[in-house]
Design a binder for this molecule. Structure first.
Ligand code: CP
Ligand code: NVA
Length: 299
């Protein structure tokens, strides 16, 4: 068996993605971590991801050890590579939430156990697993449904749009000038089988959509840009008026934390179309499915 890491959603094939979703819903999780540990490093704050990852390790029979940056000192106290080598001796899996995506890539290059990206500046793939799991539970067959993204083409968008393409969904994004997806991401989504349409008009992206998704305008690490971003994203709030352009049965997704009155209104995030609480709980189920998959495949 070869070592399998999960740094980006398309580290899985489309068929493997479905396998992970099926494992996420398994009622009798395989005890692949019995007597073993899971090391979880966090360079940035986390509620959902840390709790989901810790409890996923527990559900699989293992013991999680979560560490914040202040006590780890990635590339300050010791290098990301040395950390990965050392933690591989204690644990059967390493999860890391990092600023620079290259940090998880370097850890994966040095680790002797699977490395899971728990969010980087480029991707949030375990979030995307929970998002498509939530949509599958709600919509059933996902192929042919349309996802509209409103806001920043950020880490969450990149993983979700790619995951949506992998399950056969159509994707439209509305982003202000300067915050649209990069050409290489459009190519990657196209390679997954979907044309990602980009507009700067939220109504055009949301028109007839089955799913409307958004995220914060200022991600962790971008705090210095908050004011500039607030100005750039004015008009990109997901409110009832925007949701009215979507299909009548459309649902709303947000990875959370949400800023009511900024990227979404309270009416929408707390309203009947919102799936955000199920989406948050599904972080646990998706992570458990992912770890069961990776540990079942990594020798
Ligand atoms: N959605 C998400 O990743 O939440 P946390 O930052 O709280 O982990
Ligand atoms: N895009 C956000 C997601 C937080 C879960 C960030 O990176 O801060």
């Amino acid at each position: 068996m070869t070592l399998r890491h999960f740094l980006e959603i398309d580290d899985l094939t489309a068929a493997e993605l479905v396998e992970v979703l099926d494992l996420a819903e398994a009622t009798d999780p395989p005890q692949v971590l019995a007597g073993k540990g899971g090391a979880l490093l966090f360079e940035k704050p986390s509620v959902r991801t840390r709790n989901a990852a810790e409890m996923a390790v527990v559900h699989l029979g293992g013991h999680p050890v979560a560490m914040r940056e202040a006590e780890v000192g990635i590339d300050e106290r010791e290098s990301a590579e040395d950390l990965a080598r050392v933690l591989s001796g204690f644990h059967a899996v390493i999860g890391a939430r990092v600023f620079a995506h290259t940090t998880v890539v370097r850890m994966a290059g040095a680790a002797a156990v699977p490395v899971v990206n728990l969010l980087s500046d480029r991707a949030h793939p375990t979030q995307a697993l929970a998002d498509v799991l939530t949509l599958r539970q709600h919509l059933g067959e996902l192929s042919g449904h349309r996802l509209a993204w409103v806001g920043d083409a950020n880490n969450v968008f990149c993983s979700l749009s790619l995951a949506a393409a992998m399950v056969g969904m159509e994707v439209r994004a509305a982003c202000p000038a300067g915050f649209a997806p990069a050409a290489d991401h459009l190519a990657r989504v196209a390679a997954a089988g979907t044309n990602l349409t980009v507009t700067d008009r939220p109504e055009a992206a949301v028109d007839g959509a089955d799913v409307v998704a958004t995220d914060v305008w200022t991600s962790m690490g971008q705090e210095d840009e908050a004011e500039r971003r607030r100005q750039a994203f004015a008009g990109f709030i997901v409110d009832q008026a925007l949701m009215a352009h979507a299909a009548p049965a459309a649902v709303f997704l947000h990875c959370l934390p949400a800023h009511r009155g900024e990227e979404v209104t309270g009416e929408v995030v707390d309203g009947p179309q919102s799936l955000v609480w199920l989406q948050a709980e599904n972080r646990l189920h998706a992570l458990r499915g992912l770890l069961a998959f990776l540990l079942g495949r990594s020798g």
